[in-house]
Design a protein around this ligand. Structure first.
Ligand code: FAD
Length: 416
């Protein structure tokens, strides 16, 4: 009987276990998980609703340093395959404009479905089991060394345990939101096995900006288009609901561009954003409207802007332009109106830092895709597989990161 050890009971690990058990009846599967429960991160996904995949699936939704093969993998595991897989386990899904959620709208349904299916298939969980090392033996087996927590006389203790496995799947995730389990130990294990890595950085996270005027706008949510520049070259842009915070900017469009800021800053480059706070209007239209509204009543620029943009955003824009809100619009010079409009349409802001890993939804970077074959088996260590976020692939927001976790788990598990 083949013994498979999976390190990590997250999305990719549980899916890999289920896929392996379905494809092979003569297999003994143990999942070693250092948390007290399986799938803690799944429970936090999609604001507790779990956006588990997306109808629109193409390689542009995934980023990697060697992304050429992603297209092929997406064909092997499409949206429908994931939906069907969950249906076969007894879970209904719901399509909200292409974004797929459990019909219950509860992330716990996804986690419970995976755990129940593992139990049905005889897959064993060992919890409070922190894997320290994976060592390839001479006889094509692997030694998996773990520190296991156990209870003795009411006291929690640790002991070392060495598992011998024919196959191992590393499904430890990255180091984003380590409070939910993945603490970067997967990177250490992969590195100790000699695998080539891309440095891991926070992705899908907020950006800290240099200008202190953000304090005036904190709390504002507004539609905006954000363009990210690294050394003055535009590398990514996105539009959606932007959130202004005390430290800078957040929200989905910021998350989408954040991994490029992380890598830019890591490389010591200058990173800045241009924000268009009124993407539906041209500069000319905004200017015309300021002049038209000032003719309705000879009002202050502050009051006129209140009719055009969020009032806290107006405070921020005027502070940035160093123009008092109580000045009559008719008293402003042409250049001052130009400056206000340029600020609304083309707000220049220097990014000094991204939020750290503890506030990033995923990590970019990880084990290079060139280290694995089409079934996510490590080319130089047959029998060892790498799945999920531990690989150098990060998806944009919209269910793509979980899709990657399911996809890699399904393919690797089947191959085992
Ligand atoms: C707040 C938040 C919201 C998100 N929302 C979404 C969403 O709606 N849609 C989406 O697609 N993606 C979302 N994501 C991203 C998604 O959750 C992850 O990309 C995905 O869970 C990665 O799956 P994984 O199996 O690779 O890793 P993980 O889910 O992180 O699982 C890894 C597991 O391995 C365990 N582990 C790690 N190291 C060891 C070790 N040494 N020994 C034993 N066990 C170990 C961990 O405890 C963990 O249980 C979100 C992430 C966060 C943080």
């Amino acid at each position: 009987m083949t013994r498979l050890i999976i390190v990590g009971a997250g999305a990719s690990g549980m899916m890999a276990a289920i896929s392996a058990a379905k494809a092979n009846k003569d297999i003994d599967i143990i999942i070693l998980e250092h948390g007290a429960k399986p799938g803690r991160k799944i429970l936090a996904t999609g604001n507790g609703r779990c956006n588990l995949t997306n109808e629109k699936l193409d390689s542009e939704c995934f980023r990697s340093h060697d992304g050429a093969g992603i297209e092929g993998w997406l064909k092997m595991c499409q949206t429908k395959d994931v939906i069907d897989m969950f249906y076969e386990m007894g879970m209904l899904t719901y399509d909200k404009g292409g974004y797929i959620y459990p019909y219950s709208r509860q992330a716990s349904t996804v986690n419970d479905t995976l755990i129940k299916q593992c139990e049905r298939l005889g897959i064993k969980f060992v919890l409070d089991a922190h894997v320290l090392e994976v060592e390839p033996g001479d006889d094509k087996t692997f030694k998996v060394l773990a520190s296991i927590g156990y209870e003795e006389d009411g006291v929690r203790k640790k002991k070392r345990e060495c598992y011998i496995a024919d196959k191992v799947i590393l499904a430890c995730g990255g180091k984003a939101y380590s409070s939910l389990g993945s603490d970067g130990s997967g990177y250490k294990i992969a590195k100790s096995l000699g695998l080539k890595m891309i440095p891991s950085v926070p992705a899908l996270t907020g950006l800290k900006c240099r200008e202190n005027v953000y304090k005036l706008g904190a709390g504002v949510r507004t539609n905006a288009k954000i363009s990210l520049y690294v050394d003055h070259e535009m590398v990514c842009e996105d539009e959606g609901e932007l959130q202004l915070t005390e430290y800078g900017i957040s929200g989905i469009p910021v998350f989408q561009v954040s991994r490029f800021a992380s890598y830019g800053l890591l490389d010591g480059c200058k990173v800045h954003v241009n924000i268009d706070f009124a993407p539906e209007y041209t500069k000319e239209e905004l200017k015309d409207n300021i002049y038209k509204f000032s003719k309705i009543s000879d009002d202050t620029i502050g009051n006129i802007l209140d009719g055009m943009i969020n009032c806290k955003l107006k405070d921020m824009v005027l502070a940035y332009c160093r123009i008092e809100g109580n000045v009559k619009a008719s008293d402003l010079s042409f250049d001052e109106i130009e400056k206000i409009v340029a600020c609304i349409k083309n707000y220049y802001s220097v990014v000094i830092e991204t939020n750290d890993f503890s506030q990033a939804q995923v990590c970019a970077g990880g084990v290079r895709l060139s280290e694995v074959n089409g079934n996510f088996e490590v080319i130089k260590l047959p029998g060892l597989y790498i799945v999920g976020e531990l690989l150098d692939v990060d998806g944009i927001c919209g269910g793509y990161n979980l899709h990657w976790a399911w996809l890699t788990g399904i393919i690797a598990g089947r191959d085992v």
